[in-house]
Design a protein. Structure first.
Length: 172
């Protein structure tokens, strides 16, 4: 049987976005509400949970790959300690100018995960807070959930728009 997945954008979905900047260290990382609880319920429902994130700050030299890995290590550790769950994979694109062509809105990182985990995209979801996330999900063949926020206009193309992660639970 093929797997189903939930793909999570990171900044603005898992942690608070820093407008015009980057989360460069764990001390700047603030979880969004209900992330651990949502992750636990999603995994209980049989979803693989995968983070798909553009992290241009590395490519621009504002932070190192090690800084990014350390943030993700601490994020996983915190989720494990508070909710007993972790993301199954974290896939990042650190390009400054999309040299690899993997940056969202490209579906490339989602397709990498699909190949690795044998994911059925039509049964899967991409959650994001920008139009670029929704486009990546659509191009990869997933359902899409736009997390409403004060910085980006709601995506007209998303399968659904939700005010918080909790509301997605009734759809998945
Ligand atoms: Mg985002």
């Amino acid at each position: 049987m093929k797997s189903k997945a939930i793909f999570f954008d990171r900044d603005g979905v898992i942690n608070e976005r820093i407008l015009g900047g980057y989360v460069r260290s764990w001390s700047e990382f603030r979880f969004m509400p209900d992330v651990g609880e949502f992750l636990k319920e999603a995994k209980d429902k049989g979803y693989i949970a995968i983070v798909i994130t553009n992290q241009r700050g590395v490519g621009l030299g504002l932070m190192s790959e090690e800084d990014l890995n350390e943030i993700h290590r601490r994020m996983q550790e915190e989720l494990l300690q508070t909710c007993g769950v972790t993301f199954d994979a974290i896939i990042s694109c650190t390009d400054a100018a999309n040299e690899s062509g993997r940056r969202k809105p490209s579906p490339a990182m989602l397709l990498e995960a699909q190949a690795k985990f044998g994911i059925e995209m039509a049964s899967s979801w991409m959650i994001g807070d920008t139009a670029s996330d929704i486009e990546a999900g659509i191009r990869a063949g997933t359902k899409t959930a736009f997390l409403l926020n004060e910085h980006d206009a709601p995506s007209e193309n998303a399968t659904i728009c939700i005010p918080s992660l909790k509301e997605l639970l009734e759809y998945i």
